[in-house]
Design a protein around this ligand. Structure first.
Ligand SMILES: Cc1cc2nc3c(=O)[nH]c(=O)nc-3n(C[C@H](O)[C@H](O)[C@H](O)COP(=O)(O)OP(=O)(O)OC[C@H]3O[C@@H](n4cnc5c(N)ncnc54)[C@H](O)[C@@H]3O)c2cc1C
Length: 391
């Protein structure tokens, strides 16, 4: 039987397992993931801000994948591509004939001092929960000391994660103010970034910015943070200091650092794949999700890495494995984005959607339920009804 190994149970790995379980080809599929659960990475910011709990975004892997898939809970330490072996932390090595590498994303800090060791990051359930506990600890300390410097937060970055996080934080401020005894205005939340949601039209980005400003968020745009300190951040050409008791670093993502370690030809731990998701040097490997870089034939540039494209990549890669094993022609990767939805807390958002050949732009209160429905649909598709009914 053909041994297939899937590394990582994010959107890409979970979808690959779902498709592999349905395959008519005789395969022995093993999934390796460091946790016993899959998590909805698109909702991590809600855990970091405390508007959601981890249980609502986690799905037990054994309950979610077909019984045909073997599951090994372990951490991948390295991949020996010459020997077709994956080195695990606890269970020795696993052999594969074919590999689906879906090890996902990590924060990109561009070597900025303090961004890795001082700033809070949002890239998995553990650090998202730790972030929330850090906020709560600061609020508790404020209650004792009345030191208003404890109520200062900086969010570095103006992309998706940053803006969605700001929406959740802004929503929490009135509740925190009441519980810990301060005026709403005492909490200073600043966002520092070169640009604001560049993937949206100016009109919709302006809507989002104004909405968050009305909720008390201050934006320092056109600036890059060059250092994170325990007491704040340094930004801009003139090295301005912005005080912040807590700094969130949400200024970018890269692929899993195992890619470089394992000797892949990578850029920021992402590996460029062919139009049929294959690799020239190792044709028994498929690189899917945030560790891959797939070229958009229309623009000639790499598609942005998203959960949405990860799922399409996984489906296409499985089709290509089947085609290869059945001696059929490769299947070209085709991607039609369904669009982008950005929440601004539980009661507003902006969306740019492609549906049934139509291009629809939305803003306001209709967006969060839409985002919720997308997350539920994704949970249902990946893990079934039980997961979709959570939260
Ligand atoms: C706050 C936020 C909001 C987002 N919103 C959207 C959105 O609205 N729409 C959208 O399409 N995308 C969104 N994204 C991006 C999306 O989450 C990612 O593109 C997506 O998670 C990538 O999926 P993946 O399967 O490649 O990797 P991941 O989701 O990163 O999954 C990788 C898996 O591998 C496991 N793993 C990692 N290292 C190891 C190891 N060494 N050993 C074993 N297991 C390991 C991890 O535990 C994880 O389960 C958002 C991201 C964030 C952070």
């Amino acid at each position: 039987m053909t041994d297939v190994l899937v590394l990582g149970a994010g959107y890409a790995g979970m979808r690959a397992c779902k498709e592999l379980a349905k395959s008519k080809v005789d395969l022995n599929v093993t999934l390796v993931n460091k946790n016993s659960y899959h998590y909805d990475a698109t909702a991590l910011h809600t855990v970091a801000a405390g508007t959601n709990v981890p249980e609502n975004i986690e799905m037990d892997i054994r309950d979610s994948v077909s019984k045909k898939i073997n599951f090994v809970q372990d951490t991948v330490l390295n991949i020996n591509r010459e020997k077709n072996e994956v080195e695990l932390e606890k269970n020795g090595s696993l052999h594969y004939d074919y590999l689906f590498n879906a090890l996902g994303f990590q924060p990109e800090t561009f070597g900025t001092p303090g961004a890795d060791d001082i700033a809070l990051q949002i890239s998995n359930v553990d650090n998202a929960l730790a972030d929330y506990k850090t906020i709560l600890a600061a609020l508790e300390k404020y209650k004792e000391t009345k030191d208003k410097s404890l109520l200062t937060i900086a969010v570095v970055g103006g992309g998706f994660t940053s803006i969605e996080l700001l929406g959740e934080l802004a929503h929490q401020v009135p509740k925190w103010a009441k519980k810990y005894g301060f005026a709403k205005d005492d909490m200073k939340i600043n966002c520092v970034a070169p640009s604001f949601l560049p993937m949206f039209s100016q009109k919709y980005a302006n809507y989002a910015k104004k909405y968050l400003e009305k909720k008390g968020i201050n934006f320092i745009m056109g600036s890059t943070v060059s250092e994170v300190k325990e007491t704040g951040v340094i930004y801009g050409d003139d090295q301005t200091f912005l005080p912040a008791n807590i700094t969130f670093w949400t200024a970018g993502v890269r692929g899993n650092q195992i890619m470089e370690k394992a000797g892949y030809d990578q850029h920021r731990d992402r590996v460029a794949v062919n139009a049929d998701m294959s690799l020239n040097d190792f044709p028994n490997e498929y690189i899917i999700g945030d560790v891959s870089a797939v070229k958009d034939p229309a623009s000639g540039r790499m598609y942005p890495t998203t959960g949405q494209i990860s799922i399409v990549e996984a489906t296409n890669a499985v089709k290509n494995l089947e085609a290869k094993l059945q001696g059929k022609a490769p299947v070209k990767f085709v991607y039609n984005s369904l669009g982008t939805v950005c929440s601004l807390g539980p009661y507003s958002g902006i969306a740019d959607i492609n549906l049934l050949g139509m291009h629809i732009k939305l803003k306001g209160i209709v967006v969060p339920p839409l985002k919720h429905a997308i997350i539920k649909r994704s949970a249902f598709e990946l893990s079934g009804l039980k997961a979709a009914l959570q939260s």
